[in-house]
Structures are given as structure tokens and as C-alpha cells.
Design a protein around this ligand. Structure first.
Ligand SMILES: [Zn+2]
Length: 79
């Protein structure tokens, strides 16, 4: 898994990183950009190949569509 840390104060987000590295980057960002503010925001988790998160989402839809199709075919053959 990879993690992307989002700043709670501005639009900053870290690149996809290992959890500890991302947390460190976010902390660095807070120290630089929002000194004195407790680090907030949220963490996004992703699969190994982060750049393809949108594509893998599409693949997920395709798999779901394929499964639905198989179910329809199976139902048709059962008669
Ligand atoms: Zn920020």
C-alpha cells in the first residue's frame, strides 16, 4: 500500500509514499507552511501503482460489468 497525506490547512498533498515517509513529508510541510499548527488533514491510501488509481478504478468497473454479464449468461443457461 502507498499513502498520500493531505494538508488540512491548504491544498498541499504529498506524493504517493510509504506511510512513514509520507507522514514525515506532511510534518515537514506543516513545520514550513503552517508553523505552530498541529498536523491535520487526511490520509489517502492506494495500491502499489499509484499513478494508475483512476485506471484501476475503471478496471474495477469492467470486472464488475463482466461479473454481471456472467451472471446474466448463467441465469439464461439455467432455464
Ligand atoms: Zn498546508
Amino acid at each position: 500500500m502507498v499513502y498520500r497525506f493531505w494538508c488540512g490547512e491548504c491544498g498541499f498533498k504529498t506524493p504517493w509514499l510509504a506511510e512513514s515517509e509520507g507522514a514525515q513529508r506532511q510534518l515537514d510541510h506543516y513545520n514550513k507552511q503552517h508553523p505552530g499548527i498541529h498536523a491535520g488533514g487526511h490520509v489517502e491510501t492506494g495500491r502499489r501503482n499509484p499513478q494508475d488509481s483512476r485506471i484501476s478504478g475503471l478496471a474495477c468497473l469492467q470486472v464488475a460489468g463482466l461479473l454481471a454479464l456472467l451472471l446474466i449468461i448463467a441465469a439464461a443457461y439455467r432455464r
